[in-house]
Design a protein around this ligand. Structure first.
Ligand SMILES: C[S@@+](CC[C@H](N)C(=O)[O-])C[C@H]1O[C@@H](n2cnc3c(N)ncnc32)[C@H](O)[C@@H]1O
Length: 270
């Protein structure tokens, strides 16, 4: 399997930062109790507990959670302004690069809600696929534009500051890619998330969810997720999983906590 080097998209300096910092879970800020996560075996459990306890002591994670939770409308912007972005890989997620390079992604128009610094947007953009990166934070969008505007594929993507839950685009999408957006919104917004996915995709469009963090911690963001959490909100809109697999290309701190789901509407139900 050949992975495209992210250096083709981003200056080398950006690649050095942050991967070891991230992994974000498990601090209970006392927001929402959520449903039980997926079962895990004993070996995975001990590994995950080790990861989560390291994360809980990461002051950047604690700070980001405090900022996001301190202000229901402007918390994400504050987090970006203060550079408290422990989720940011500083590169596209390897599995998205792989899907793109192996021709396994739908072409046409793609949307990345909650795109942050926009690495995945850039990684997917090509003459056959125009990608829109959407984020509610002005600072995130400015960062994404600054990182990407002089790249060779810059004609094939754009970044917009907008709220995913109210944004009204003029055209629908062939593909929506969600990575660390579903887990970032409060769990009681998940049904609204599925409604928006349904509204924004073409009837035969595809939703790809990189489901993270699969686990059983309390609080967030990120809020814990499970495959059944996605099924529960997507099934009522006619989406069925066409494939759900472990993400073997997850970065080290996220290994065992990510699954890749591909979803389409059953056209017979429409
Ligand atoms: C955990 S971060 C993930 C960013 C990016 N997907 C990544 O993996 O680096 C969640 C992002 O969602 C954005 N966000 C939160 N609520 C949003 C909303 N209602 N509409 C659009 N973006 C939102 C935040 O500003 C933040 O950049």
């Amino acid at each position: 399997m050949r992975l495209l080097s992210p250096a083709l998209f981003f200056p080398a300096g950006n690649l050095q930062r942050k991967i070891s910092v991230f992994a974000f879970p498990a601090r209970n800020i006392g927001v929402h109790a959520t449903k039980p996560g997926m079962e895990k075996n004993r070996g995975e459990g001990s590994r995950q507990e080790g990861v989560e306890s390291r994360i809980q002591s990461n002051p950047r994670v604690v700070k980001a959670q405090q900022l996001v939770n301190s202000d229901s409308s402007g918390g994400w912007e504050k987090s970006w302004e203060e550079g408290a972005t422990p989720w940011d890989l500083g590169q596209p997620t390897p599995v998205m690069v792989h899907l793109h390079q192996t021709g396994a992604l739908p072409k046409g128009r793609a949307l990345v809600p909650g795109c942050g610094s926009g690495y995945d947007v850039v990684a997917m953009a090509c003459p056959e696929r125009y990608v829109v990166g959407l984020d509610i934070s002005e600072t995130a969008i400015r960062t994404a534009v600054e990182l990407s505007s002089s790249l060779p594929n810059a004609d094939y993507f754009t970044f917009l500051k907008a709220d995913f839950f109210t944004w009204q685009p003029t055209n629908l999408f062939d593909l929506i890619f969600d990575y660390t957006f579903f887990c970032a919104i409060e769990p009681d917004m998940r049904s609204a998330w599925a409604q928006r996915i349904s509204d924004l995709l073409k009837p035969d469009g595809e939703l790809i969810t990189l489901m993270f963090p699969i686990g059983d911690h309390v609080g967030g963001p990120p809020y814990k997720v499970s495959v059944s959490d996605y099924e529960e909100v997507l099934h009522p809109f006619g989406f069925k999983a066409i494939s759900i697999v472990n993400n073997e290309l997850a970065i080290k701190p996220r290994k065992g906590k990510e699954m890749l789901g591909r979803w389409k509407k059953s056209l017979s139900l429409l």
